[in-house]
Design a protein around this ligand. Structure first.
Ligand code: ARG
Length: 586
């Protein structure tokens, strides 16, 4: 079901073509929200200027607007058309049309959102913690945003291919493996699967810096690892496996859809790096500079206007992060057959990705038909406005952070007097959904490329654009049905719009499909969050003004119940696409 705004836009374009000729069929009708109607089309103003230039005589925009209106065929959807001011066309949807569309959503299990005609294969590179470095709260954000994108794609009928590009390769593994052997495999397993990755690394690092014998062993170990020594590879693999146990705990806690099948870390591309490098050299895309093999994509200059290199092979013969990304992009285009590749990665890597994309285009590995984009993720800050850390200054362990969110949600729950008293399991389930949902929603409701302050008090608030506020709206609707002794599925309408709050809610609901489409297209989940927030707001106004179970008559009651049911499913589905669960009761 198309968005009301798009429906109108198409009608206005038809009118433009009919009035001024087919060349105007693609003119932007300039549809905007209106103070005096649902929408206004402002195309008459720019069009008058254009016609004036074409015809060489003065054109009155008001007359142009009248001309458009004369050709406008909207009787089935619009109840009022007015030309106002210098030539605005004010349009008010017919209540019956809005009601009919809402009724259609109610009857359709996809809420009127059609599955895509063509299922795009979209690689989503997200989460990607580093096995041996710090796994920080920023990875929480790349995980949550990426996961929401794949959920939207699945809903829209596309084919997301999850790629968890974990940092599982590099010279740091020399000291990590030696340290692992020193403390024993079992003790290491314990520590790593608990998530004490930073501590583990720091201990290894300290030995490396203070113990020349250890440092030497570590260097030899790197050589053995790169040479594919079986025993070294075995220990390396164990190291990865133990760390993945921890990562998976975080994923499970967060209810994200990543599994071991989606692991496609840096090491996956090891065997391709020599070819990547040779091919880029042979084609002349990469050249030797100071002993290193580099691509210099045009347009990237640093200080003193010097071209910035993308290093493919270091002067010591080693490959790096960029080489791996070049291999990955070629693999994703050729083997995965991606139509689109989205990298959900920190904004600080913007230059890296711009250069990788440019180099891949230069090499012919990334055809114009494939869209590659860096969905930039802003930094997470503490309430002090600085990089998010614990009070002691250590980095925050992700599981502990989530535990705290759930605990706080539980306390908040206990402070409120509830009409129904729930057993402990129900209470814990609510605390979990609200706590985790609050963290996820806080992340998804701000533009992903902006920094945001990780503030438990704000994200757990029941007012404002928060997870709990939206969850509460769904719980309220469920409670209406419970009190009425009905299931939401029993509400079949018919929907009839009387009160302005009913009409406003229904009109808002019609925008669901467009909101999901837009959030997917721009890879910006916050667009969907903002939409859901306006639905919840429209519902709150409706709820305050329009008694449902105590409606004045049966027909009104049936209609309001149906509106409640569509609202519930819209919020529930929408929050589901953000990866936020809704508790039955709150
Ligand atoms: N592991 C990297 C980091 O934590 C992110 C990897 C992103 N994906 C990629 N293809 N480079 O910064």
């Amino acid at each position: 079901m198309p968005d009301p705004q798009l429906v109108l836009a198409a009608r206005v374009q038809d009118a433009l073509a009919a009035a001024f000729g087919p060349s105007h069929a693609d003119t932007d009708p300039v549809i905007r929200p209106s103070q005096f109607a649902d929408l206004q089309a402002n195309v008459a103003l720019p069009l008058a200027k254009k016609l004036q230039a074409e015809r060489g005589e003065k054109q009155n925009p008001r007359a142009v607007a009248e001309e458009i209106v004369a050709h406008l065929d909207v009787a089935d959807i619009v109840s009022d058309v007015q030309v106002s001011g210098p030539g605005f066309i004010n349009l008010t949807f017919a209540d019956a049309w809005i009601a009919g569309q809402a009724q259609h959503m109610l009857a359709d299990e996809r809420l009127g959102v059609p599955a895509a005609d063509y299922a795009q294969t979209v690689v989503v590179d997200y989460s990607a913690p580093n096995v041996a470095k710090e796994m920080h709260v920023g990875h929480l954000r790349t995980t949550i945003v990426g996961d929401s994108l794949v959920r939207m794609m699945e809903f829209l009928g596309h084919k997301p291919v999850r790629q968890n590009h974990i940092g599982d390769w590099g010279t740091q593994f020399g000291l990590l493996i030696e340290h692992l052997l020193d403390i024993g495999e079992d003790a290491a397993r314990e520590e790593l699967s608990r998530g004490d990755i930073n501590e583990f690394y720091q201990a290894a690092r300290a030995k490396f810096d203070g113990d020349p014998g250890f440092a030497e062993r570590s260097r030899r170990r790197v050589v053995a690892l790169q040479a594919g020594d079986p025993e070294t590879l075995r220990i390396w693999q164990k190291f990865i496996d133990d760390t993945v146990v921890y990562i998976n705990k975080v994923y499970e806690r967060l209810d994200v859809t990543l599994t071991d099948d989606d692991l496609a870390g840096e090491s996956k591309y090891n065997d391709m790096l020599a070819d990547v490098s040779a091919d880029l050299e042979a084609s002349g895309v990469a050249v030797i500079s100071d002993g290193a093999l580099c691509v210099f994509p045009p347009g990237f200059t640093g200080r003193d206007d010097q071209p910035v290199p993308l290093i493919i092979r270091k002067s010591d013969g080693g490959y790096g992060y960029a080489t791996t990304d070049m291999a990955a992009i070629r693999y994703r285009v050729n083997d995965v057959k991606a139509d689109r590749i989205i990298y959900v990665v920190g904004a600080d890597q913007a230059l890296h990705f711009q250069m990788v994309f440019a180099a891949a285009r230069q090499a012919g590995w990334l055809p114009d038909s494939v869209r590659a984009e860096h969905a930039q993720i802003g930094m997470v800050l503490g309430t002090d406005g600085k990089r998010f850390r614990t009070r002691s200054g250590a980095s925050v362990k992700l599981t502990e952070l989530l535990d705290e969110a759930v605990e706080r949600a539980g306390h908040a729950y206990d402070e409120v007097n509830h009409d129904d008293s729930f057993d402990a399991a129900t209470r814990d389930d609510i605390a979990r959904k609200v706590g985790i949902g609050a963290v996820k929603y806080a992340d998804l409701s701000v533009a992903r490329d902006s920094e945001y302050i990780f503030d438990f008090d704000r994200m757990l608030a029941f007012k404002g654009n928060t997870g709990p506020y939206l969850q509460y709206a769904t719980a309220r609707i469920r409670s209406i049905f419970r009190k009425g002794g009905l299931a939401p599925e029993d509400a079949t309408g018919p929907i009839v719009l009387g009160d302005p709050a009913e009409r406003a809610l229904a009109l808002e609901l019609l925008g669901f499909g467009a909101a999901v489409e837009q959030a997917f297209d721009l890879a910006e989940p916050h667009k969907l969050a903002a939409y859901l927030y306006s639905v919840a707001d429209a519902f709150t106004t409706f709820f305050e003004n329009c008694p449902v179970l105590k409606a004045p008559d049966e027909a009104t009651k049936a209609s309001r119940l149906a509106l409640c049911a569509v609202t519930l499913r819209t919020l529930d589905t929408g929050l589901g696409l953000l990866g936020v669960q809704t508790p039955e009761r709150m």
